[in-house]
Design a protein. Sequence first.
Length: 496
Amino acid sequence: MASRTNPAERRDAIARQPRARLPTGPKLQHIPRGAGPLRSRLRDSRQAGMDHDRDTAHQMGQLLNRFVVGKLPFPELTRALAPLCRTAEGADALDDLLQRWIDVQGLGVSLAEGIRSETLTLAAAPPVETPASRSAPPRNLPGMVEDAVLSSFVDRFKKERSGGNPAAKHDTLGSALSAYEGLRLRRYARETTEGAVRPPLQTKPEAEAQKGMVLRDRFILENELGRGGMGIVYRAIDRRRLEAGARQPYVAIKMLNLSFASHPDALRALEAETRRTQDLADPRITTVYDFDRDGTHAFIVMELLEGVGLDRLLREEPTFCGSEDAQRVLRDLMEALAFTHSRGAIHADLKPGNLFLCADGRLKVLDFGISAVAGQNALEEAPISGLTPSYACPERNEGGPPSASDDVYALGCLVHLLLTGRHPYDRMSGSEAKAAGIAPYELPMLPPAARRAVNAALSFDEAQRPADAGAFLAAFTAEPENRNSLFSFWSARKNG
Ligand SMILES: Nc1ncnc2c1ncn2[C@@H]1O[C@H](COP(=O)(O)OP(=O)(O)OP(=O)(O)O)[C@@H](O)[C@H]1O
């Protein structure tokens, strides 16, 4: 096996690369409007002894404080800060204040940048003259009404859900959303016949999620972590946690594609699924805190993971495959799946992209059960990506409902990938591999029982596969050398 020096360190380095870290270096200086990112600026133009107007700084501090505790929305914060930043001293004071919040309060750099750039842009604009326009919200009225109506549906739904029959409650939300969608359609139809331009029904460009956006007056989107088939994942500050003095005020928010807003069935099923995931209290399963809506935005709030996705890790560090860390990932995955299958929960889209290696070496499984929703007949039109063909068994490729045995097939693929770096069927989908009549590669490093278990897991015939991950784990660890320590045979063979 290729020699590897400190894989954990290299992994940590990969995990660290793209992440915005809070600056620990020297303080930042004021630079002219429109110049580069906050953290990259130097302070060499700051005059020694230069002091900001104390009142201005105090006023700014109060505004920022109210924003962070959720009493002042982002647009109002920047509108209130802008007049204070029309002079170079004012802009300097804002920089100092933001820097202090970054250093002392843990305010995210990108959020600080967002506040700064929006404030300075507003400050550069000609002063607004009329009181009416000063207080006017930036958004159009129909959009606000729509957001308010949709929010009220969800609020009512949540209230009802907390005391009654779950089926009836879901129906309430579904029918309310459908009725509202119908009303919108009729309104647009009327406007069109009256000669007005028909706006798009599902997506409003101004409603796209972006950093700095505040959801439910609580979650502030800080920066994008990545994109998937269902939407965009953001790192966000949870003001409630911040107010409560939580050590970790950050969460991850998956903003679902805007098209979800017009699929009440999909939303309902997804919400039910995320609630089920909340019951899977297992440290290896990513914790889902909530499913919520704000206006046309539907989103899932999860624990924020620090580390690296396995898909990226395998791309950037191929020598990870076969390492003892990779074996540990496999063991954790097998045990996590055995646990969830024993609770009747299936994943239905296991793949490297849904496995996350935390900075402390722990495995976390993402998106549990979400893809299973896509398999339900009622959701044929749902905007959910569903499954990943090269990790899906033939019957699932052919549209069959998800089952624990699908996860076992994907697990077989992941054993190959993590031990050898190769997909057992050269990334073909289950159906393609079956049609081609090929067999999986051999895994000579495994003891015979474990090898048989993996081959059975990769069978194209569902009846030949272990029924669930518990059965797979039992077969995989059938030999005594495996049973004590799942992969002790590996180091024994390496050293032998
Ligand atoms: N809770 C989280 N904490 C930190 N990063 C996350 C979290 N959830 C997802 N991510 C990251 O966000 C990115 C997008 O995740 P997402 O689950 O949407 O993508 P995916 O699984 O590749 O897509 P698909 O929905 O098509 O399966 C990935 O890089 C993932 O590692």
